[in-house]
Design a protein around this ligand. Structure first.
Ligand code: CUA
Length: 316
């Protein structure tokens, strides 16, 4: 196999699975290989001159060197033209990345410490899983509930900050029906590195069906559904199941245990306390922990809360 620069590039860049990716990579490779070329040119000339014009005798002096107008015009004009070329490429790429096609499907994205929520035109909401149709432009209208996060999809070559109190947008058109990783690319606290999501790219009919069923709602038995939700909904980002302390209290041996609360009271953990803590996390804060948990009101159906409780009982 003969390697072209683009092939070599794909060794260290993720797969290209959006329509934008080839254009972004092309721009990157042009800059990259120009830099490699100039590096060799400059360092090569430096090494050559160092050897060629080294001091050979004691007391030898460098002859005085005058300038060369022709040379100076050449080494100013050529790089200036290259920079203009790069600017034009960059501007074109920026324009295609910034402006979504008018017919794009619009999905709302909300970021908060430390999860992603996606709201579809029909009202369906999913957490940490974004279902999209393949080969259709998707425009994301994004905002943050707390601090700055950044929606980064390496395979799509898109990255856009989400800020509180304003909307930012980005768009993509996926070219392969597969799962694609989303990362948060703006440091947002202790859960930052766990703030991942998954884009599920589906063929159009599969997507329609998926959306109709409420975004992958499943008919698993409660404890199994709960196990799935526990990871999907980011519970595991803040709550361990092995007794170790992370952002929030560990959920090991949860049912029946007595928790001391901020303010001096205490509570015996039962189904109602778990449900309340999921829907209104600020109501009874365990002493020594920050009131940091977001509410899952509207993000979990009753059946899903039941499933989570069933799962927590099963690992108790
Ligand atoms: Cu959200 Cu880093």
């Amino acid at each position: 196999m003969r390697l072209t620069p683009i092939d070599i590039g794909s060794f260290w860049l993720p797969r290209q699975t959006s329509t934008l990716a080839p254009e972004v990579d092309a721009g990157f490779h042009v800059v990259y290989w120009l830099s490699v070329g100039f590096f060799v040119l400059v360092v090569g000339a430096m090494a050559y001159f160092a050897v060629r014009y080294r001091r050979r005798r004691e007391g030898e002096k460098t002859s005085s060197i005058d300038h060369s107008t022709a040379l100076e015009i050449v080494w100013t004009t050529i790089p200036a033209l290259m920079l203009l070329g790069l600017f034009a490429m960059g501007l074109k790429g920026y324009a295609s990345a910034a402006v979504a096609p008018a017919e794009a499907l619009e999905i709302q994205v909300t970021a908060e410490k430390w999860l992603w929520t996606f709201t579809y035109p029909n009202g369906t909401t999913t957490v940490n899983e974004l279902g999209v149709p393949k080969d259709r432009p998707v425009r994301l209208v994004m905002s943050s509930k707390d601090i700055v996060h950044s929606f980064f999809v390496p395979e799509f070559r898109i990255k856009q900050d989400l800020v509180p109190g304003a909307y930012t947008t980005t768009w993509f058109q996926a070219t392969e029906a597969k799962d694609v990783a989303v990362l948060c690319a703006e440091y947002c606290g202790t859960g930052h590195s766990d703030m991942g999501a998954k884009i599920i790219v589906m063929d159009e009919p599969v997507y329609k069906d998926w959306l109709e069923k409420g975004g992958g709602a499943s008919d698993l038995p409660p404890a199994e559904l709960g196990k799935k939700l526990f990871t999907q909904r980011s519970c595991a980002t803040c709550h361990s199941l092995d007794g170790s302390r992370i952002q929030g209290p560990s959920l090991k041996g949860l049912i029946g245990r007595s928790e001391d609360l901020e303010g001096g009271a205490s509570v015996k953990v039962d189904e109602n306390y778990i449900r309340e803590s999921i829907l209104n996390p600020g109501a009874k804060i365990v002493r020594g922990y920050p009131a940091a948990m977001p509410t899952f009101q509207g993000l979990l159906k009753d059946r899903e809360i039941d499933a989570l409780i069933a799962y927590l009982k099963s690992v108790n």
